[in-house]
Write a protein that binds this ligand. Structure first.
Ligand code: GDP
Length: 313
């Protein structure tokens, strides 16, 4: 991902090499090339506008440095502005003062939520935590089983309603004695968090349902789960390959679940990815993780500065 953006920006900087100072037309040409590279990479229009505006202002301004030639200065400015649109500082997971830390996952169906749930659980387990997964996605017939498979791979337990009971039957399962329908995802999420407390797990990751497109019922369900379990973090998982729809989807989820952080999934794909890069800037929420493959180990903590350097490498 971002190979083409990376190549385009590098080519732009090459044109500036060897110049003693930048003329107004050099700055104009550079900013135009950067704008086109960002647009071609699918970066959202308002983000492109803000980005190029800031680069122009700073490149034209009096940022004279003895150590850097003009070309290096432009690279430095673009690098800093990229870090800024990607969210600035690396944002660590907010752990609850009194465990368990509750993490809710939200996003469209197919965005990579369930896969990410396993990855995050495994990452936290490797860091010495005792995480548990809760299967509150009762929309998709296979979602509960899929989370169980993911949990097995991550070697992390899963609290899940028994598949046979998903339609709404009271019975004893991993949750202990249930008194309400297992078909109710809000209750499943709440019961899962309750059980995690009783059994002294220190992190609970709650997988929720997604639909193929933004949908009122789905949004209400996600909002109800959020209100019921009061999570410490709500992570919005977005498929980096969905293109411009990323922005609209992110804003809709922000409105309903007010997520605290973003997970970019499928960053191993070869799509342009710029729309996903715009999500932090458009929503003001940091990108916290990148999901980079189908295996449980394919997860990275997202560092805006490292991603910017990778793009400009
Ligand atoms: P959910 O519906 O949001 O829970 O999405 P899933 O976790 O089921 O993922 C949907 C599909 O995308 C599955 O086929 C996953 O194997 C695949 N997938 C998830 N994350 C990644 C990723 O980071 N890279 C790649 N290449 N595929 C992924």
């Amino acid at each position: 991902m971002f190979n083409s953006l990376s190549d385009r920006l590098t080519a732009t900087f090459k044109n500036l090499r060897g110049k003693g100072r930048l003329s107004e037309s050099d700055v104009n040409a550079t900013v135009r090339d950067i704008r086109l590279a960002l647009i071609d990479a699918d970066v959202a229009t308002p983000v492109v506008r803000e980005f190029t505006g800031r680069v122009r202002e700073r490149a034209t301004g009096a940022e004279v440095s003895a150590a850097l030639n003009p070309a290096q200065q432009v690279v430095k400015i673009v690098n800093e502005e990229l870090v800024s649109i990607l969210g600035g500082e690396t944002r660590q997971l907010a752990l609850a003062k009194r465990p368990p830390t509750v993490i809710m996952l939200a996003g469209l169906q197919g965005s990579g939520k369930t896969t990410f749930a396993g990855k995050l659980a495994r990452l936290l387990r490797d860091q010495g935590h005792f995480p548990v997964l809760v299967a509150a996605d009762l929309q998709r017939p296979n979602a509960v089983t899929q989370l169980q498979v993911v949990g097995d791979r991550a070697k992390v337990p899963v609290f899940a309603p028994e598949p046979g009971n998903v339609g709404g039957h009271d019975s004893a399962t991993d949750f202990g004695e249930g008194t309400r329908s297992f078909g109710d995802p809000v209750w499943v999420a709440q019961a899962g968090v309750g059980q995690a407390k009783v059994r002294q797990y220190d992190v609970v990751i709650v997988d929720t349902a997604g639909r193929l497109a933004v949908d009122e019922n789905l949004m209400q369900q996600a909002a109800d789960i959020r209100a019921a379990i009061q999570p410490d973090e709500v992570l919005f998982v977005i498929d980096a390959m969905i293109g411009q729809a990323a922005i609209e989807t992110a804003l809709a989820f922000q409105k309903s679940v007010d997520f605290t952080g973003v997970v970019l999934s499928k960053l191993d794909g070869d799509a342009r990815g710029g729309a996903a890069l715009s999500v932090a800037s458009v929503t003001g929420r940091p990108i916290m993780y990148a999901s980079t493959g189908e295996q449980v180990k394919d997860i990275e903590v997202f560092h805006p500065d490292r991603m910017a350097s990778r793009i400009l490498d």
